[in-house]
Ligand binder design. Structure first.
Ligand SMILES: Nc1ncnc2c1ncn2[C@@H]1O[C@H](COP(=O)(O)OP(=O)(O)OP(=O)(O)O)[C@@H](O)[C@H]1O
Length: 403
């Protein structure tokens, strides 16, 4: 985490950014093109970004997802102009704004920002905070008042124009911050984990408002979070960062269905990672032996028999059933035929009620799956079968040079 006057960790009374707001030069523009090329940045001997390339098309809502310390804030703050790159460049709408030798200040970048800690002026009213974003527009005060009133209405704060930020709840303060970012119609809006300080219910509601209102303005957006469900709920495109490197950037479906690396798969939701040996390939399927069982998977890259592999199983890829000996009178079920999904015999270690379904933790000689869902709960200790859908079980080679 970073602490600066602009940072997420600054206290509620922090001075807001020099310009957390709207367009200085091109009011009324819609989404801008953002191009990041070879962006690198270290803090002393700690690398934060190690050569990131990223292109966000105009009007797209991009989300950067990554664990703590992966470089999300550094990239966002470099795009904002708050941090300087060591090498590489950033351009907005075709104009270079950051490079090793130059750094256009935030207030000249035609962007708005929403921070985790709101960064509102405590001594200004709500209307003045929002109006701060319009100060460069030299609007007549009646026109500015109209824009501010409209914006406050949009974010559900009609009647709070004369309140001061410390008189508002966290959710209301974040709405003021959103109004301030949107009112000037910048071509780019940056979101620095804006929902992290809010409770679950409010997070959900505000997330929807951020999504809807931002898309209505037509602005491009870059949003950082470590929460995969937030990323998938908001994004047109998701970028997954790890240790200062962008491991993959693409549509949510691409990221989920074709994760480029085991890390991307793990960070976007897996219900288990199982280690085994590839025994067969059938075109776009491989068979992986896990102990005395086999599963059928989609290979990430080229895998051949004998390769060591890990299988990342998406939670939606499993189906739970009782073994034959627990279903008297039923014919044997040879589920483990090539081309069909493999079945793993195991035992229920834990079970949790999740509303419409039950989530089971199932263990066997092949490993452990942590999120096996079923409409009815099996008791702890019960023998069971887990059928794995090959479409959502992805095998990555782990033999050096295997792919
Ligand atoms: N001002 C700073 N001084 C020294 N090191 C820093 C500074 N800011 C970031 N770093 C380091 O740079 C790396 C990337 O940090 P960054 O804050 O960009 O990651 P992040 O993904 O946003 O993490 P978090 O979600 O915890 O804020 C980390 O190793 C971090 O410790």
């Amino acid at each position: 985490m970073i602490t600066t006057v602009f940072g997420r960790n600054s206290p509620r009374t922090a001075v807001p950014p020099a310009n957390p707001d709207g367009p200085a030069e091109h009011p009324g523009m819609s989404g801008g093109l953002i191009e990041v090329k070879g962006a690198a940045k270290s803090y002393g001997s700690t690398p934060a970004l190690t050569g990131v390339d990223l292109r966000i098309e105009p009007g797209r809502f991009a989300v950067l997802l990554g664990p703590s310390g992966s470089g999300k804030s550094t990239l966002l703050r470099s795009i904002a102009g708050i941090e300087r790159l060591d090498s590489g460049s950033i351009s907005l709408n075709g104009t270079t704004v950051s490079s090793a030798s130059m750094n256009v200040p935030p207030e000249r970048r035609d962007l708005g920002m929403v921070f985790q800690d709101y960064a509102l002026w405590p001594h200004m009213t709500v209307a003045q905070n929002v109006g701060y974003a319009l100060r460069r527009r030299k609007l007549r005060s009646a026109a500015a008042t109209m824009l501010i009133t409209e914006m406050l209405e949009r974010v559900g704060l009609t009647g709070k124009a004369s309140s001061y930020p410390p008189e508002l709840s966290g959710g209301q303060q974040q709405r003021v911050s959103l109004a301030r970012a949107l009112v000037g119609r910048p071509s780019l809006i940056l979101f620095d984990e804006p929902l992290s300080n809010l409770d679950a219910d409010l997070r959900e509601r505000l997330r929807l408002e951020i999504s809807t209102l931002t898309r209505e303005t037509g602005a491009s957006a870059l949003y950082i979070t470590h929460d995969q469900s937030e990323a998938f709920a908001l994004a047109d495109e998701i970028g997954v960062l790890r240790e200062g490197t962008l491991e993959q950037y693409g549509r949510p479906e691409e990221i989920y269905n074709n994760p480029a690396t085991p890390f991307v798969a793990r960070f976007t939701g897996v219900g288990g990672t199982l280690a085994g040996i590839v025994t067969q390939g059938h075109g776009d399927r491989v068979t992986v032996r896990l102990g005395d069982s086999e599963v059928y998977c989609r290979p990430a890259g080229n895998l051949k028999p004998g390769d060591e592999a890990i299988v990342q199983v998406r939670p939606a890829a499993t189906r739970l059933s009782l073994p034959e000996h627990s279903r008297p009178g039923q014919a044997p079920n040879h589920a483990s035929l090539p081309g069909s999904a493999g079945t793993l015999a195991g035992r229920v270690l834990d079970v949790a009620y999740r509303g419409r379904t039950y989530d089971h933790v199932v263990e066997g000689p092949w490993g452990r799956l942590t999120s096996v869902s079923a409409p009815a709960g099996l008791p702890r200790g019960a023998d069971c079968l887990v059928t794995v859908d090959p479409e959502a079980a992805i095998a990555f080679g782990t033999t050096p040079g295997a792919h």
